[in-house]
Design a protein around this ligand. Structure first.
Ligand code: 3BY
Ligand code: FES
Ligand code: FE
Length: 419
């Protein structure tokens, strides 16, 4: 594979005083929230982009969003617009969405169909495999083969797509193996995108992720969600334990795993809804008449899964909701929510967008308010990081520890190299 643009681009060198980074990471008390600079400082934001978003596998969306050859979708990761497409052979590919002539952003639309990629600026034209097909008025010794689009690593698992901007991406295989098993029943390859929604949260991307990793706030923040969503999983509570055990047994009896899948940067677990709820909707009834994938009879709940740094998702019996959080600035995050349903479900007959999306729309709006108020308080010179609850904020702690591990290793390596 040829060199990725991040090898040569500016900012791969983003190094805001590494000693300061080490000091800040070192100053964090175990089990506590991050020092305020991690949520506001532009230099630390640049480090987050270089060290996290340009090195890790980043969730993009679902392969069913681009089902046909020539279909494409775009996403911006940090400062880099990315183009994900399905080539003529049906293979998914990702490229920097940047022309090899003078760098023009090739595709602006979020999704679409293209027979070839034509740069709107001077009409350099690329095939769907990224090779340059035409460039007018270039000299005789111009070699088109030297100007293919810069590729980006891409992987899929169970119908979801991830890209990695690093030259040497981290190993995707353990996550892929775990999620292949977890997602097997959910039929995401045969789904369709029913609806997508964007929301800007004026908060740091970690603030948005932290908020999503706990339901400590759910009882006071999410009335609509809590009609159906089980928030505290108290295995010491015999009633709840029985509900969960019964739910897991049904999945195992149907030949699917009900085991929790966990790695340093992901977690997937299957949990039932509150009694009598069948889906996450306002009234607890399914939102879609046609099921998405398979599920055992009378087993109502969801596979909840998170993949750091930027996504959490729920696979229900009737729909899947994918939430992607991508940084725009130190205090600005783009939250994209995608609802997938059975490809054969017909809008207006089998589901309505309003019923399908309402609970997550209001939940996301509530979370936006929470994240923005949290950001406002953390921005204060009076902010002092407090302790997480081990009982109900273990997921937040795991994410923040993962983040500190990445940033700490980067700062240590840089100091060792004398940077
Ligand atoms: O409220 C949130 O941020 C979402 C929904 C429930 C827990 N969390 C994943
Ligand atoms: Fe794309 Fe000139 S920048 S053709
Ligand atoms: Fe929330």
């Amino acid at each position: 594979m040829q060199a990725c643009a991040s090898d040569i681009g500016p900012g791969a060198e983003a190094r805001p005083s590494r000693e300061r980074l080490r000091r800040l990471i070192g100053s964090r008390k175990p089990g506590h929230a991050l020092p305020g600079a991690f949520y506001t400082d532009p230099d630390i934001f640049a480090t987050d982009i270089a060290v996290i978003f340009e090195r890790e596998w980043i969730f993009v969306g679902a392969s069913c969003e681009i089902p046909q050859p020539g279909n494409f979708m775009t996403v911006t990761i940090g400062r880099s617009p990315i183009l994900v497409l399905r080539d003529r052979q049906g293979v998914l590919r990702a490229f920097y969405n940047s022309c090899r002539h003078r760098g023009f952003k090739l595709c602006e639309a979020e999704r679409g169909h293209l027979p070839a990629i034509v740069c709107p600026y001077h009409r350099w034209t690329y095939r769907l495999d990224g090779s340059l097909a035409h460039a007018k008025f270039m000299p005789e010794d111009f070699r088109p083969e030297d100007f293919s689009l810069a590729p980006v690593h891409l992987r899929t698992v169970g119908g979801t797509i991830y890209v990695c901007l690093a030259t040497e991406p981290p190993d995707f295989a353990p996550y892929q193996a775990a999620m292949t098993e977890q997602l097997a029943p959910h039929g995401l390859e045969n789904a369709k995108l029913a609806h997508e929604d964007h929301l800007i949260e004026y908060g740091n991307w970690k603030m948005a992720m932290e908020n999503s990793r706990e339901c400590y706030h759910c009882a006071s923040g999410h009335d609509e969600l809590m009609r159906t969503f089980l928030d505290i999983y108290d295995f010491a509570n015999p009633e709840q334990n029985a509900l969960i055990g019964d739910y897991w047994n049904k999945w195992e009896a149907a030949g699917f795993t009900a085991q929790i899948a966990e790695g340093a940067h992901y977690r997937a677990s299957r949990l039932p809804f509150t009694a009598n709820a069948r889906s996450i909707t306002m009234d607890g009834h399914p939102a879609v008449a046609k099921p998405l994938g398979q599920s055992p009879a009378d087993a109502y709940g969801s596979l909840r899964w998170v993949h750091y740094p930027s996504t959490f998702n729920h696979c229900l019996n009737d729909y899947t909701v994918l939430v992607r959080m991508l940084p725009i600035g130190p205090e600005e995050t783009l939250v994209t929510t995608k609802w997938l349903v059975n490809a054969e479900a017909i809008e207006g007959v089998d589901y309505t967008i309003e019923n399908l999306t309402q609970v997550w729309q209001v939940t996301n709006q509530q979370d936006k308010v929470l994240v923005e108020r949290n950001q406002a308080g953390v921005r204060s010179s009076g902010y002092r990081p407090g302790p997480y609850s081990p009982a109900v904020e273990a997921g937040v702690l795991k994410f923040v520890d993962w983040y500190c591990g990445k940033i700490g290793a980067h700062a240590d390596a840089a100091v060792r190299e004398g940077a």
